[in-house]
Design a protein around this ligand. Structure first.
Ligand code: IFM
Length: 760
């Protein structure tokens, strides 16, 4: 099935093929969520064996002694019908039709089935559910039953006790009780004994209680006449002891509130919430419906993965689609997910950065444990910021031996990536309070880490960074990875600028911070020297190429497709230390090209490097195609940019990444690819770049895109940008905090007040 068919209806994704044949992917791409919880798009009768799962933020737990991860809670929206002794499941021979889809404008999963029993009873059941945005703990589900003949339907509905969990059972206590009209699961997590409550209420016909190993249900019988229709509403509510002191009362009250409001009112409230989100991140493409749909679908997943309601939780690399990657944040969070929020709803970006502030202590513990100063942020960061990335992530599938990957201790760019984002946040918002209260301290601690991590090459009198792993994860143990060195230099330079700013504006705050972090004036001077003498590999004078790390160009030059032929087993890990790519120039994902997304380089340099590295990149990481789309657009290779845009936006829809790699389950929604979709449109095709006090555009729209219109925020100002042909119109909807420069190709205008400015 092609993308046009899957996305043929406005705002709706229709599962291609037979959902039950691929229960993992079909329920992945149709999931609903709200940043507090994610509920997979499974049919109501699917259980743990078909990856039914509701993953909840702030429930990190270590059950198997190795992998700390978020908990999946029991499914309290379970529903299974039966006609004439036959289960009404879509796999059954009696199922004559079914549907399965997601409305990604409002986050509604829905499905239906029609069954004819051997006795000739004919019944249709359709259902819809959504994770509410007006009460983040609530998931309403509506089930419509339509009799096409006289039917005797029996069904059970309630809480399914079979929980899909990747790394152990997270509930050492699991109790199922009835509380008047509600059914309730009370659990305690294995490691921290965190109370978790899941409550269920059914609005519909009465029935008997059925309790057993499978869970706690109501068993109900209904006699329906031909043409008769009936509706059942179910509510599921989740609370943990991290949300409130008394999660049981909170869950019961939340269900009661939902019941008294009723399904329609709840729906209206939820819908309004989404309308507001789409208004903030408005983006419209005229001339290419497919692109519009892909973009919106990916933005949807970026939104539901993000715990926007709090400043204490990370955005997981698989969002809340399952427990893979432990529900935790990587650099993906700052570099892929956050920019869309920074420019459309900066308060969410701020929350995410405050999460990094709240986990600063964990980053300092990691640095200290490894013998460094300051803050070395966790490669995989959960609730405390302590490193969650295990030493052994993958297995050698041929020998069965564990591979010691150094994602956790060598991938140091995570720290300056966070500095980069703090600086960008400040540039775009001008939020001095944030810098004073949180940003400056993080910057100083990261600078201190870099100060302790660099190596002074005495012979060359320059600073180098050895034994690292850049974004391309196949090449561990690299010296002077250009991306890492560039990020480190930028972080140090910008930190020093912030220090200077504080010295002038808030000397007391600065001296407090200096005391707290131990970054005295002597260290600041040394940091200045390091930033000034940091070794950054220059583009080659003849061909403009920038070496990814020391010695990269000496490695065997072979293309990914050719290299693949050397595999003994399809599942082999390609990277360090013995993988087929390690001694070659084949990269897993964008590395030098990634640097161009974050820093300005001349177009000819970007082009030379893009063409070189693109041919050697395997795109085994879902992060890679989007980066290539942005840079291809910026250098004017629009058709390739367009292909990469579609590829990046359909990573999950066409399921191009297997759920297991080297024996580890890493399936789920690839939220980084979802997050970068907005960047491809705005930073890539519209060519938007922000600097301090300036916003510039250099568009290269794909041939089909007649107009690109979007809303964005810069310096307190809401802008509506319309790019068409060789023109750009900017409508500034309110007074900016300070005047700033708007650039369009080589034209410049100062934006001082509300109004419209045209270019071209
Ligand atoms: O952060 C990424 C990394 O760059 C590639 N492997 C997967 C991680 C999580 O998405």
């Amino acid at each position: 099935m092609n993308l046009e068919t899957i996305l043929n209806k406005k705002d709706v994704l229709t599962v291609p093929g037979f959902s039950a044949k691929d229960p993992f992917n079909s329920s992945n791409i149709t999931m609903t969520g709200n940043g507090y919880l994610g509920y997979r798009g499974t049919f109501p009768d699917w259980s743990a064996d078909k990856y039914a799962g509701c993953t909840v933020t702030d429930t990190f737990d270590l059950a198997d002694g190795k992998w700390k991860e978020l908990c999946n809670v029991p499914n309290a929206l379970f529903f299974l019908g039966e006609l004439d002794g036959q289960a009404l499941v879509i796999e059954s021979e009696n199922c004559s039709a079914f549907s399965h889809s997601l409305n990604y404008r409002y986050g509604v999963t829905s499905g239906s089935g029609r069954w004819k029993s051997d006795r000739g009873e004919d019944l249709e059941i359709s259902w819809e559910r959504y994770a509410s945005y007006s009460d983040l703990h609530l998931i309403p589900q509506k089930i419509n039953i339509k009799a096409h003949s006289d039917c005797s339907l029996h069904f059970k509905a309630g809480i399914d006790s079979h929980i899909w969990s990747l790394n152990g059972n997270h509930f050492s206590l699991a109790q199922y009780d009835q509380y008047s009209d509600k059914l309730v699961f009370q659990g305690k997590t294995t490691e921290k004994e965190l109370p978790v409550i899941v409550a269920h209420r059914l609005i519909g016909p009465e029935g008997e209680i059925l309790s057993g190993e499978d869970g706690l249900f109501r068993q109900i019988s209904l006699d329906l006449k031909k043409g008769e229709e009936t509706t059942i509403v179910m509510y599921m509510v989740v609370y943990s002891g991290n949300d409130v002191d008394d999660p049981l009362s909170a869950a019961i009250q939340s269900i009661d509130r939902a019941v008294s409001k009723g399904y329609n009112t709840l729906w209206d409230e939820h819908k309004k919430n989404w309308e507001h989100k789409w208004e903030q991140s408005f983006i419209a493409i005229e001339g290419d419906d497919l692109s519009q749909k892909l973009l919106q679908y990916n933005m949807y997943h970026n939104i539901i993965s993000t715990p926007a309601h709090t400043d204490s939780h990370p955005i997981g690399a698989r969002g809340l689609s399952c427990q893979a990657y432990q529900g935790s944040a990587f650099w993906d969070q700052e570099i892929y997910n956050l920019p869309m929020f920074l420019y459309t709803n900066p308060s969410v970006a701020k929350n995410i950065l405050i999460y990094r502030y709240k986990t600063l202590a964990g980053a300092k513990r990691k640095a200290e444990r490894l013998g460094f100063g300051g803050a070395f942020y966790a490669w995989i960061s959960g609730d405390t910021g302590d490193e969650l990335c295990p030493d052994y992530f993958f297995k050698d599938v041929i020998t069965g031996r564990k591979i010691r990957n150094h994602f956790n201790d060598w991938q140091i760019h995570i720290s300056p990536d966070i500095s980069y984002t703090i600086i960008k946040y400040f540039e775009v918002t001008g939020d001095e309070d944030f810098i004073r209260d949180y940003g400056a301290e993080m910057l100083l601690e990261i600078a201190l880490f870099l100060y302790s991590r660099v190596h002074h090459n005495l012979f060359k009198d320059r600073y180098e960074i050895h034994k690292v792993l850049g974004p391309d994860e196949y090449h561990e143990n690299a010296d002077n990875n250009t991306f890492t060195n560039t990020q480190a230099k930028f972080a140090l330079e910008k930190t020093l600028e912030i220090v200077q700013r504080l010295k002038e504006k808030d000397p007391d705050v600065l001296s407090e911070l200096q005391q707290k972090t131990g970054v005295n004036d002597k260290k600041l001077n040394q940091m200045k020297e390091i930033a000034g003498k940091m070794y950054i590999p220059e583009p080659d004078e003849k061909n403009g190429l920038i070496e990814q790390f020391d010695g990269y160009f000496q490695l065997e030059d072979i293309k990914p497709a050719e290299l693949k032929a050397r595999l003994i087993d399809e599942q082999e890990y390609w990277g360090w230390p013995n993988g087929i790519a390690y001694e070659t120039q084949v990269t897993k994902q964008a590395d030098v090209v990634q640097m161009f997304v974050l820093h300005d380089f001349p177009v000819d340099i970007m082009k030379a490097n893009y063409l070189y590295y693109e041919a050697r990149t395997q795109h085994r990481s879902s992060l890679s195609p989007g980066v290539h789309a942005i840079i291809a657009a910026q250098i004017g290779i629009e058709d390739q940019a367009y292909d990469y845009f579609k590829r990046s936006c359909s990573v999950d829809i066409v399921n191009s990444h297997p759920p297991t790699s080297g024996g580890t389950f890493i399936g789920g929604i690839h939220t980084a690819a979802c997050g970068i979709a907005w960047q491809i449109a705005v930073s890539g095709f519209a060519g938007m770049k922000s600097g301090e006090g300036s916003l510039s555009f250099n568009p290269h729209l794909p041939e089909k895109w007649q107009t690109l219109t979007f809303s964005m925020k810069y310096r307190g100002c809401t802008l509506k940008i319309v790019i068409r042909d060789k023109t750009m119109k900017v409508e500034c909807q309110n007074e900016p905090d300070q005047p700033f420069i708007l650039k369009w190709r080589d034209q410049e205008k100062v934006l001082k007040e509300k109004g419209e400015i045209s270019f071209g």
